[in-house]
Write a protein that binds this ligand. Structure first.
Ligand SMILES: [Zn+2]
Length: 244
């Protein structure tokens, strides 16, 4: 077992769902013991999965209006590992009751500055998914979140494995005041191997904060070890300040 195989075969998700055979479990646990990256990925998936499961009925409702069949196809594609895992669980999982309590206000800390986007110069004719992505990003740069969301979804329907449109879709949802939908998209990018994973973990923390989910936000922030580590550490301190 190595990281690449674990990613390719969605080992983390299948492990959490109890869908691995005993031999693969042995191999995976052996690797897990020695690999910090996979251990962190497991921890993040463990945190995120119950949250996604809880949000699933709401997300489903939101996805119903237009073209339900194609949207289901889009979300069910194998590479959408995290979401798919949550969706396979919702049908039989008991619906958790959302605890309503007087939570501290994290609104200010949850505020997201739009992640920067610089259009790359393409040398070849872009694929249809890329064309849709670039059009959507023009709307994104104009802060037209609803048009950006529509365009990014259209791009993902053509290429569901692309990390950039999913990352900016998550950001656009968060910027348009829909942190639940944002968390679904960002969680998938955060647990992937893409160059957007680190920034997605940071923004995912904000999506959790916007919902008052402090513990999940802290877990996501604790897994920022790259460029976003200083900002993550700073946000952790501020969250703890608000909770006092
Ligand atoms: Zn690994």
């Amino acid at each position: 077992m190595d990281c690449e195989r674990a990613n390719r075969e969605n080992i983390v998700e299948r492990y959490l769902a109890g869908k691995l055979d005993p031999a693969t479990i042995d191999e995976w646990e052996g690797h897990l013991f020695a690999c910090d990256r996979c251990a962190e990925r497991l921890e993040l998936c463990q945190t995120i999965t119950p949250v996604l499961r809880e949000m699933a009925p709401e997300i489903r409702r939101e996805m119903q209006p237009a073209k339900p069949a194609r949207r289901w196809l889009w979300i069910a594609l194998p590479l959408a590992a995290a979401a798919m895992f949550a969706f396979t669980l919702v049908d039989w999982a008991p619906k958790p009751k959302v605890a309503v309590s007087s939570t501290p206000d994290y609104t200010l800390l949850a505020k997201l500055d739009p992640p920067a986007y610089h259009a790359p110069t393409l040398r070849s004719v872009p694929a249809p998914a890329q064309t849709k992505f670039r059009d959507a990003m023009t709307a994104y740069q104009a802060h037209d979140w609803s048009r950006a969301i529509e365009g990014l979804k259209a791009s993902l329907e053509l290429d569901s494995a692309a990390a950039a449109p999913r990352f900016f879709l998550g950001a656009s949802y968060l910027l348009s005041g829909n942190p639940q939908a944002a968390a679904i998209e960002l969680a998938q990018v955060a647990t992937s191997d893409s160059p957007f994973a680190e920034e997605a973990r940071f923004d995912l923390a904000k999506a959790f904060l916007a919902q008052g989910r402090k513990e999940e936000a802290l877990t996501a922030l604790q897994q920022c070890h790259g460029d976003f580590a200083p900002q993550a550490a700073d946000l952790i301190t501020r969250i703890q300040g608000v909770s006092k």
